[in-house]
Design a protein around this ligand. Structure first.
Ligand SMILES: Cc1cc2nc3c(=O)[nH]c(=O)nc-3n(C[C@H](O)[C@H](O)[C@H](O)COP(=O)(O)OP(=O)(O)OC[C@H]3O[C@@H](n4cnc5c(N)ncnc54)[C@H](O)[C@@H]3O)c2cc1C
Length: 378
């Protein structure tokens, strides 16, 4: 046996899986077909249910990001609704916003050197009773106790577990970049300006940077060539009113803008014998929930737990699926509610809302009902 586990993919799910399994004393190989970390130039929000499972990264994680206390959503008429994240999560728990690259670097540095083999990908799996034989693109063949597909929404590994599952477009195209935290991107909150089914926003992510994004509601998303990314974003921003138009005009057209459709995916079979899926390979939700990475991180804790309980083999992977599927199904229901109701609730039900005067109002109670179940043990 070459190692106890092969992890395919070195994203958030793969790197966290490797850390968890190494903690158990297992031998782990990670391969990624890219030639290095793929974290796009953008930020990520880590909610407390994700942070609860990242304790192995120590205080360096909190030091590298920025806790987000409030989210302020502003309408074109100047009306603003404020969401108090401490009230949503309870106690002193706040989400942490961090640059993706910084998070991935922290996760990679936590692993022993050479745990990840870059520019390496599997091309074939052959199952036996007591191992899986994996063929790699370079002609090598190795045996593992289990194979864990953490290879993202277009997972290769998924073909060997649930070949029928397919991602679907959720009706939103996303633009993301990061900018230096200087005016007008010097605010402390998570700020969103919404108009005409589009959301433009930003938040501080530590390291003197702000994450900036546009979520455009487009039934039929255009293919955006990289050299047209800023221009297409600016064209949508121009329809969102003067505030958003001015913010987008202040961005540098020469910066790199990551453009990606929001995709949903639900996979009913996560494990088959000695092969299982983790993270986006198994599930994907609207990015508006800012929970996809958190769900991936939760997966890894449960997977490690079951491998510790049952040993390296099919029983652990079946137990992992049995624990995670209901949680992720519940979350998928929440994600649908988030998508269909959040606009309506913020617009009509925010208590004490004062149209037009720009005073932030509160809508934490509704969000608390939505997010608090995620505080339950994964
Ligand atoms: C616009 C947007 C905003 C988001 N914001 C948030 C947020 O704020 N908070 C949050 O928690 N989540 C957020 N998410 C979701 C989050 O980004 C994902 O859930 C998370 O990154 C999934 O991680 P992963 O490791 O499963 O997959 P990925 O990050 O896709 O990693 C997969 C890895 O596998 C490698 N790979 C792929 N195929 C192969 C192969 N055949 N062989 C070898 N390697 C392979 C890839 O190179 C890659 O490194 C957002 C998503 C989007 C699109």
């Amino acid at each position: 046996m070459h190692a106890d586990a092969l992890v395919v993919g070195a994203g958030i799910a793969g790197l966290t899986t490797a850390a968890r399994l190494l903690q158990l004393g297992l031998r782990v190989d990670v391969v990624d077909r890219a030639d290095g970390i793929q974290a796009a130039g953008a930020g990520i929000m880590l909610h407390p249910n994700a942070l609860a499972h990242l304790d192995h990264l120590g205080p360096a994680l909190a030091a590298a990001g920025r806790p987000i206390a409030r989210q302020i959503t502003t309408d074109p008429d100047g009306t603003a609704a404020a969401l108090d994240w401490a009230a949503v999560w309870g106690g002193d728990r706040l989400p942490l916003a961090i640059q993706r690259r910084t998070l991935s670097d922290l996760m990679l540095r936590h692993l022993p050197p050479d745990t990840v083999r870059w520019s390496a990908e599997p091309t074939g799996l052959t199952r036996a009773d007591d191992h899986v034989e994996v063929a790699f693109a370079d002609g090598d063949t190795r045996r593992y106790g289990v194979v864990l597909g953490a290879d993202g929404i277009n997972s290769w590994t998924r073909r060997h577990v649930d070949p029928a599952a397919r991602p679907r477009y959720l009706g939103h195209l996303y633009w993301r970049t990061t900018v230096e935290s200087v005016p007008p991107f010097d605010f402390d909150d998570w700020r969103i300006w919404r108009s005409g089914g589009h959301f433009f926003g930003g938040m501080p992510i530590g390291g003197g940077r702000h994450h900036v994004f546009l979520q455009a509601g487009l039934a039929d998303p255009p293919r955006v060539a990289p050299d047209r990314a800023y221009a297409e974003m600016a064209a949508i921003a121009a329809t969102m009113g003067p505030a958003v138009d001015a913010l987008v005009r202040s961005l540098d057209p020469e910066d790199r803008y990551n453009v990606r459709p929001a995709q949903g995916l639900s996979v009913e079979r996560w494990a088959d014998g000695r092969v299982a899926l983790v993270g986006d390979a198994a599930h994907s939700f609207s990015p508006a929930t800012t929970q996809g990475g958190a769900m991936a991180i939760e997966d890894t804790s449960v997977l490690a737990d079951e491998l510790a309980r049952h040993g390296v083999g099919p029983a652990a992977l079946a137990a992992y699926q049995a624990r995670r599927l209901p949680r992720v199904r519940d979350f998928a229901r929440m994600a649908r509610l988030h998508g269909t109701l959040s606009s309506a609730v913020q617009a009509r039900l925010a208590p004490g809302r004062t149209p037009g005067d720009g005073t932030p109002t509160g809508s934490a109670a509704w969000f608390r009902r939505l997010y608090r179940p995620l505080m339950d043990a994964a």
